[in-house]
Design a protein around this ligand. Structure first.
Ligand code: SME
Length: 149
């Protein structure tokens, strides 16, 4: 099911519009087509600072437009360089709540030339919805996005 979106992802990334417009469309594609993806966004390293800055996203606006490295799930991925799958956010101590409806989260780092420059972050209102298929799909999305950055 997720793999059926792969050609759509590459089509969007090939469009002759700004990078932010393309990333915005990717967020909307994922949110609209995957029922348990309730918030989809990109965070990128904010210049040389040890913090993440929110980029394009689809879903409710969040207060967390800047996240220091190490803080929350996103900030941890900025330093670990590893996928982080959270089946139940209540079980996490180092978690930044964006909305009370969110039950689970997945964050996949985005590498450009081997450097962790950001991540894709998905929040879900469903408990424990993510599996290895989501990880592989989102890794592919990030690899394709890296090509246009
Ligand atoms: N929950 C994230 C914060 C970002 S929001 O989900 C949009 C975290 O703990 O890092």
């Amino acid at each position: 099911m997720l793999s059926s979106l792969l050609p759509k992802v590459t089509n969007i990334l090939d469009k002759e519009v700004t990078v932010d417009q393309r990333l915005q469309e990717i967020c909307e594609l994922l949110k609209e087509n995957i029922p348990y993806y309730d918030w989809v966004g990109f965070y990128f390293r904010n210049g040389d600072k040890e913090e993440l800055k929110l980029g394009p996203y689809a879903g409710e606006p969040t207060d967390h437009t800047i996240i220091p490295f190490g803080k929350g799930i996103c900030g941890q991925v900025a330093v670990s360089n590893q996928n982080f799958v959270v089946p139940d956010v209540k079980a996490q101590d180092n978690y930044i709540a964006c909305s009370l409806t969110v039950k689970s989260e997945i964050v996949i780092p985005l590498f450009k030339n081997g450097v962790n420059i950001g991540q894709i972050d998905i929040d879900s209102n469903t408990i424990d919805p993510f599996n290895s298929e989501d990880e592989e799909f989102l890794e592919f999305v990030n690899q394709e996005v890296a090509k246009i950055l």
